[in-house]
Design a protein around this ligand. Structure first.
Ligand SMILES: [Zn+2]
Ligand SMILES: [Zn+2]
Length: 362
C-alpha cells in the first residue's frame, strides 16, 4: 500500500476515536434529550385519540398459567367507541395494556370469564390503575360468575392499606377514597347456551354465554357488539356449541388454544425427570381446553371472519414452533387465522368490513 492510503486510514481511525470520545462525553446529555422528547410525546397523551370510530381489540395477555417470557396472563381489552372494557386481568397484563396506550383511567367495566387464578391475578393492579389514572369517584364495576364478589372483596382488602398511602400522598382529588376498589356484579346466565345481554351503554352491548370448562363452573364467554362490528371471546373452554352460536357471523373470534400433543410431551418429560405432581397437572389440563384445530372448527362453524388464538399452551419461545402448535389448524378455517401475541391490536372500523392488524409492543 502506498503512503497515502496509510495516511487516509490513520485519519479515519483518528476521526472514529474522536467521535467515540465525543459521544462518550455527551452520552448522558444525548440520552436525556431523547428521554425528554419521548416523554413529551407519550406521557399523559391520549394514544387512542387518532383511532377511527369502531372496535379496537387489544391483546394484553395471550399466555396461560405457565411461565412464558413473552406472554402475560390472559387479558383482552376492547375499546368500543369511547367505552373501554377489559376481559380478564392475568398477571403482568395491566403493565402491557398501559404500554399499549389503552386508557387505563377510563376503564368503564371489567368482565371476568371465570375465577381461575391466571385470569384474575392482575386484578389488584387493574383496580389501582383505574382508580388513580382516572381520579375515579366510583369503584370500577367488575362482572363475572358467582364468587366474583368474594374475589373483588379480597383484592379490595389486600390493597386497602396502599390506598390510604395514595390518598395521603396525592390528595383526595386524585386518590378519592370513594372511587377506590371495585364493585362486583355476579351474573347468572340461562342454561342451554343461550346468550344474555349483560351490558348496554352508548351503543355498546356485551352479551355473556356459558362455556364448558368443567370442573370450573360457571365459566363464561362474551361477545361485544358496536356499530355493526363484533368480537367474541371464548374464555377457557373445550370446543363447545355455545361459542359457535354466540359467535355467529362475528368479525373476530378470540379463542383459547392448547396443543395436546405438545402438552403430553411435557407431561412425559416431567414424569421422566421425577416431577410426579407436574406430570399429573399437565395430564389433567388436557381435558378442559380446545386445540388449535378445534378452535378453527368453531370459527368456521360460526362463520367468523377472523380468528386469533390466545391462552397459548404450551409457551412458544421461538417462532419455529408455531406451525407445530397450529398442527394444520389453518386448513380448518377459511378466514384469517393468527396465533395471538401480546401487543397485537385488531382494528374493526365502524360500519365496514375492514379488519386491520397492528403491533404495539416490540
Ligand atoms: Zn386459563
Ligand atoms: Zn381456566
Amino acid at each position: 500500500m502506498t503512503r497515502w492510503v496509510w495516511r487516509i486510514l490513520f485519519v479515519l481511525l483518528v476521526l472514529v476515536l474522536a467521535g467515540a470520545v465525543v459521544f462518550k462525553a455527551f452520552q448522558a446529555r444525548i440520552g436525556a434529550a431523547v428521554f425528554e422528547r419521548t416523554a413529551d410525546r407519550l406521557v399523559g397523551a391520549d394514544q387512542t385519540a387518532r383511532l377511527e370510530d369502531g372496535l379496537h381489540v387489544y391483546f394484553c395477555g395471550t399466555g396461560s398459567p405457565l411461565p412464558d417470557p413473552t406472554r402475560a396472563g390472559p387479558c383482552l381489552a376492547v375499546l368500543a367507541g369511547e367505552t373501554a372494557l377489559v376481559f380478564d386481568a392475568g398477571s403482568g397484563s395491566m403493565r402491557k395494556l398501559a404500554r399499549m396506550g389503552f386508557p387505563m383511567g377510563g376503564i368503564d367495566h371489567v368482565f371476568l370469564t371465570h375465577l381461575h387464578s391466571d385470569h384474575i391475578d392482575g386484578l389488584g393492579e387493574l383496580i389501582l390503575q383505574a382508580w388513580i389514572g382516572g381520579s375515579r369517584t366510583q369503584p370500577v364495576p367488575v362482572s363475572g360468575p358467582a364468587g366474583t364478589g368474594e374475589v373483588v372483596a379480597g383484592f379490595g382488602q389486600a390493597y386497602a392499606i396502599d390506598a390510604t398511602y395514595r390518598t395521603a400522598h396525592h390528595g383526595e382529588k386524585i386518590a378519592n377514597p370513594q372511587g377506590f376498589g371495585a364493585r362486583a356484579a355476579e351474573l347468572s346466565l340461562p342454561p342451554g347456551g343461550r346468550v344474555a345481554e349483560v351490558f348496554s351503554e352508548d351503543g355498546v352491548t356485551v352479551s355473556a354465554f356459558l362455556v364448558d370448562h368443567a370442573p370450573v363452573a360457571p365459566a363464561f364467554g362474551y361477545r361485544v357488539d358496536y356499530k355493526g362490528r363484533s368480537v367474541t371471546v371464548s374464555g377457557d373452554t373445550v370446543r363447545t356449541q355455545s361459542v359457535i352460536e354466540a359467535a355467529k357471523g362475528t368479525d373476530l373470534l378470540v379463542h383459547e388454544a392448547l396443543n395436546r400433543d405438545m402438552v403430553a410431551v411435557m407431561a412425559e418429560a416431567a414424569a421422566d425427570n421425577g416431577d410426579v405432581a407436574l406430570s399429573k397437572i399437565f395430564s389433567d389440563i388436557l381435558d378442559y381446553h380446545a386445540s388449535p384445530t378445534e378452535a378453527a372448527d368453531v370459527a368456521e362453524a360460526a362463520g367468523a371472519k377472523a380468528l386469533v388464538l390466545t391462552h397459548i399452551v404450551p409457551p412458544l419461545p421461538v417462532g419455529l414452533l408455531k406451525p407445530a402448535f397450529l398442527d394444520g389448524a389453518g386448513g380448518h378455517f377459511d378466514g384469517a387465522l393468527r396465533v395471538g401475541e401480546d401487543g397485537l391490536v385488531v382494528h374493526l372500523p365502524a360500519d365496514s368490513q375492514a379488519i386491520g392488524y397492528a403491533h404495539l409492543l416490540d
